[in-house]
Design a protein around this ligand. Structure first.
Ligand code: AQP
Length: 332
């Protein structure tokens, strides 16, 4: 079975709809066909300041949401990044292979550091993509299911894998991004020109999966569309409506063309009311299941401990091989 790896940050408590449709939904599907490794990336979360108590509870909350979304510990390996020390270790190696200019070109760092102010952005935030390279290469992943915003980081991963292999001999699998066109980028419901994001979206434009379903329905009903009335997918001319169609189509498994037909002659109000209902039907059981996992922290922690053990077996082997290839003297 080909291998996949991906991660999600334990920040902001609830996952948002972009996280789910862009990434987590694919993770659930891929555990059927792939040898899947999924993690809660707490080491990435600390690249910006975190409250220790919240970080710990958000880490459990992220794991609970992944299980609620459908990850099955019998079918995939689910773990917390900091439980596998090899991530930080290979991260250092990859830092030593990455050009300073190369890292400086990462647009996500540019965006995030600009938002924080250059003096407040940490070196950790700067090397975040390099740690991500290590995350992926440790597991010799063939594919990495992520949203469009991560494409550049996967490119960097490919470059570094090829560089290492070229310099020290075939060691790493060169991974490919696994990005589904329809859900590669879910947009802010109030500003369909920008991606839905926990840090950049307005509260009204951001669908947090764990919010009150009623509040979520309201956000959907007040989504920004356009002054036209036709329900048609056209990402350029009708970004708001197209975003709603993508979300609707993915959540219900109905083709966008079928939705266009269904809503022919009907107004935006009908589309939004129906999508609000679809959303409520999706988030209501999701919230309940998440709470069930949170109510049983022992089971949750033991799932994560087993996951970390499985992950370490793979990660340790890759790291040992990497050290060996580079000429680091083994400890006797
Ligand atoms: N709007 C989105 N559309 C599609 N996919 C998305 N992802 C995030 N936003 C969208 C994907 O979700 C996965 C996990 O993301 P993360 O934990 O790395 O969080 P992030 O990318 O930092 O999420 P945000 O909300 O975008 O955070 P900020 O505001 O801090 O930048 C990834 O696969 C990501 O592609």
């Amino acid at each position: 079975r080909p291998r996949v790896l991906s991660g999600i940050q334990p920040t902001a408590g609830s996952f948002h709809l972009g996280n789910y449709l862009g990434a987590v939904r694919q993770w659930v599907a891929l555990q059927e066909s792939h040898d899947a490794f999924y993690m809660v990336v707490d080491l990435h979360a600390i690249t910006v300041p975190q409250d220790p108590v919240e970080l710990r509870s958000n880490t459990r909350l992220a794991a609970a949401q992944l299980l609620a979304a459908g990850l099955d510990p019998e079918r995939c390996t689910l773990f917390v990044q900091s439980h596998v020390p090899e991530h930080a270790q290979l991260g250092w190696i990859m830092n030593c292979l990455t050009g300073f200019g190369e890292a400086s070109r990462m647009t996500q760092f540019k965006d995030k550091s600009a938002k924080q102010g250059a003096d407040r952005a940490t070196v950790g935030l700067f090397t975040y993509p390099v740690l991500q390279v290590a995350d992926i290469l440790l597991y010799q992943a063939n594919e990495v299911p992520v949203g469009e915003d991560q494409r550049q980081h996967i490119e960097l991963t490919r470059d570094l894998a090829e560089r290492f292999n070229g310099r020290f001999g075939e060691t790493f699998t060169v991974p490919s991004p696994y990005i589904l066109k329809e859900t590669a980028k879910i947009y802010d419901l109030q500003d369909p020109a920008v991606k839905m994001s926990k840090s950049a979206s307005t509260p009204k434009g951001l669908i947090n999966l764990l919010d009150e379903p009623k509040a979520t329905a309201k956000k959907v009903r007040s989504a920004v569309t356009d002054t036209d009335t036709v329900i048609r997918f056209d990402a350029e001319k009708k970004p708001g409506v197209s975003n709603l169609l993508s979300i609707y189509s993915t959540l219900t498994g109905t083709a966008v063309t079928d939705l266009e037909q269904k809503y022919e002659g009907k107004g935006y109000g009908a589309l939004k009311t129906d999508l609000a209902e679809v959303m409520v039907e999706f988030v209501t059981p999701f919230r309940t299941r998440t709470q069930e996992y949170l109510d049983d922290p022992e089971t949750l922690d033991s799932i994560l401990a087993k996951g970390a053990e499985k992950a370490r077996t793979v990660a340790a082997e890759t790291l040992a091989q990497t050290y060996d290839r580079m000429g680091l003297l083994p400890a006797k």
